[in-house]
Design a protein around this ligand. Structure first.
Ligand SMILES: [Zn+2]
Length: 244
């Protein structure tokens, strides 16, 4: 028995994975490992082991998270990735469950924060970890500028870069303690703002909003320019935030 990180009850804990298993399906490797990018200059890419688990959640809470994972799988894998592969264009969905899809993305960020694994060591949400815990436990809908999200399916010369991972890390630019986390999971680039943020931080506003979901499509090698956006915005004083 130990404290479940989601419901905080003393329970028997399951061996929980941090990112869902299905995100590693494209990582074909004899040694059950995969390569993880490191976007910081002067740092090398790393070889990571697949299938590492941590005892974090009780059975009931595993089921809560699984609901979010299942919906994320449906949208990303059953629909978006296939559509993007066929059209070679960004993907738009105006008939999706905003609350559930956002909970899926936020569950990735939250699990990365509570994880002690090396891959997720730079994800440190501080007080927002507790805020996200309540949002995930209760399945709450968050306003569009609270934890805004921006998503890209990346490709290499027109081939989806499935199986590509990049270590989660905070964006270089911060404003009033606000942080944007970036990571790549199975070729999908995620930008997630922490807490209430200005949507101006994101080039075209949040792409996960109640009206529609948009997933961009861009060359993996152009990632540096995406990351630089934040540095530029900060430099120009455009990285402003909403006050509640
Ligand atoms: Zn629990």
């Amino acid at each position: 028995m130990a404290e479940c990180r989601l419901c905080l009850n003393d329970k028997t804990l399951c061996k929980s994975h941090i990112f869902p298993e299905y995100m590693y399906a494209h990582c074909y490797d004899d040694n059950h490992s995969y390569i993880e990018f490191n976007a910081e200059s002067g740092k090398y890419n790393k070889r990571r082991r697949k299938g590492i688990y941590e005892e974090l959640l009780c059975r009931d809470c595993e089921l809560i998270i699984q609901k979010y994972e299942d919906y994320g799988k449906h949208i990303l894998y059953d629909v978006a990735k296939q559509k993007i592969e066929a059209t070679k264009k960004s993907y738009c969905n105006e008939d999706y469950d905003y609350r559930l899809f956002k909970l899926f993305v936020l569950s990735l960020l939250w699990r990365a924060s509570i994880s002690t694994q090396d891959s997720f060591k730079l994800a440190l949400l501080g007080k927002y970890e507790e805020e996200l815990r309540k949002i995930l436990l209760n399945g709450l809908e968050t306003p569009v500028n609270n934890y805004p999200i921006y998503l890209y399916q990346t490709h290499i010369g027109g081939n989806q870069s499935n199986g590509v991972f990049m270590e989660i890390h905070p964006a270089k630019s911060r404003f009033d303690g606000k942080t944007v986390y970036q990571f790549i999971a199975d070729g999908v680039f995620f930008f997630v703002g922490v807490g209430v943020q200005s949507l101006k931080t994101f080039r075209h506003g949040s792409w996960v909003n109640p009206e529609r979901l948009q997933i961009g499509y861009d060359e993996l090698t152009k990632l540096s320019s995406l990351v630089d956006i934040f540095a530029r915005l900060h430099h120009q004083g455009k990285f402003s935030v909403y006050e509640k």
